[in-house]
Ligand binder design. Structure first.
Ligand SMILES: [Zn+2]
Ligand SMILES: [Zn+2]
Length: 382
């Protein structure tokens, strides 16, 4: 799959205006109405699809983060779902700056205004999903039961029960519009308005579905499945198309936007793709050195050599034991920070030994004059 920015010929950081004008220019050159080259239509579709993602701030952010837009709920599915009618609508939208799809107001290729429609697109839903560090490490498959508007089975979503009749509106003769003539100082002026009788539909209905009162959708629930991408972080989200609320009277459904919330972990702190672990050590371990087992998010313990003379706050980097870097096979590191446990209750014998050791303290006093504890603490606390 080609890079969307490359398709439009813009920089990754391009502004909305730059993206729009690049799309207008390029799409015009290969619009199938004027360009008869065999490849023009494909290029037109490709440009329009690229533009549809990069002109939508949500989709663009998602693309920047994951390199995909999660078509059909599969976060890593490729593109290519755009057909020529989508592309043409995208093109018209970019030029007219008007309503987005489903507004019922674009020209359908014959230069005629479409009649108003009862149907409306369903709205998008947001869902926040809690993910553990393990989910982030391994990726996870989640199933969530969503409370939402679902299509009314009684009427199949139309809002009109079988057997109900649609009659052409007597008031406007079925056009959905009425011409009114007003007399003004400057003469009579005629204006076209939406027919108040049928609301612009051009027809009236003898009965609406009793179950959904004509809305074509009812309160319900649906199980939605999706994958948590490896390496995801808080603030990232997926757009799962068509899993939002059902549309009104047969309108297309909205999308579901899944946000991720990271659950705190008892052992590890996360900073970017690195994990931090606080390792408690005794005086003798840091003074003499030791080999210790470090827990990892993968589950297995890994052995780490603690050199003699290890300082409070000293860090050890264990490569590739952090979290995955999104969209890549690489992983961050596990950073182990040495903490020294000071014994709280000393036995008589211990006290004697520490007192004996204390007589050597003076000899070590000048060892760390150049080091700043403060800078190490700053490292620790981030
Ligand atoms: Zn119904
Ligand atoms: Zn009417």
């Amino acid at each position: 799959m080609r890079d969307l920015y490359e398709i439009l010929g813009v920089e990754r950081g391009a502004s909305e205006d730059e993206i729009k004008s690049a799309y207008r220019k390029r799409a015009k050159e290969c619009h199938p109405d004027t360009n008869r080259e065999p490849d023009a239509e494909n290029r037109f579709k490709e440009l329009s699809e690229a533009y549809s993602v990069l002109s939508d701030p949500n989709k663009r952010r998602q693309y920047d983060a994951y390199g995909t837009t999660g078509r059909n709920g599969d976060p890593f599915a490729g593109m290519g779902g755009f057909d020529i009618s989508d592309a043409l609508r995208m093109f018209m939208e970019a030029f007219n700056g008007g309503d987005s799809f489903g507004g019922g107001f674009f020209t359908g290729g014959f230069g005629q205004r479409e009649r108003a429609s009862r149907s409306r697109k369903g709205n998008d839903l947001r869902l926040t999903v809690e993910v553990s560090l393990e989910d982030i490490l391994k990726g996870a498959h989640k199933t969530v039961k969503l409370t939402k508007k679902v299509v009314c089975k009684e009427c199949g979503g139309s809002g009109i029960p079988a057997g109900a009749k649609e009659k052409p509106c007597a008031s406007c003769g079925g056009s959905g519009q009425k011409r009114t003539v007003r007399n003004t100082l400057f003469g009579s002026m005629s204006t076209i308005v939406t027919c108040p009788e049928c609301g612009g539909l051009g027809y009236t209905v003898s009965a609406y579905c009793p179950k959904c009162s004509g809305e074509g959708r009812i309160d319900g629930s649906e199980s939605v499945e999706f994958d948590v991408p490896r390496g995801v972080s808080e603030g990232n989200y997926l757009v799962i198309e068509n899993k939002g609320n059902a549309g009104i009277a047969g309108g297309s459904p909205g999308n579901l936007i899944v946000f991720f919330k990271e659950l705190p972990d008892k052992r590890f702190n996360r900073r970017g793709n690195d994990l931090f672990y606080r390792l408690p050590l005794s005086f003798s371990q840091v003074a003499l050195g030791d080999e210790v087992d470090i827990p990892t998010l993968d589950g297995e313990k890994r052995s780490l050599k603690i050199p003699s003379g290890t300082q409070f706050g000293q860090t050890f980097r264990m490569k590739h034991l952090g979290l995955p870097i999104i969209n890549s096979r690489a992983r961050g590191d596990l950073i182990v920070t040495a903490f020294v446990r000071t014994p709280a209750k000393l036995s008589k014998r211990e006290k004697e030994l520490y007192e004996e050791l204390a007589s050597f303290d003076e000899g070590h006093a000048s060892e760390h004059e150049d080091e700043s504890l403060f800078s190490r603490l700053k490292d620790l606390l981030g």
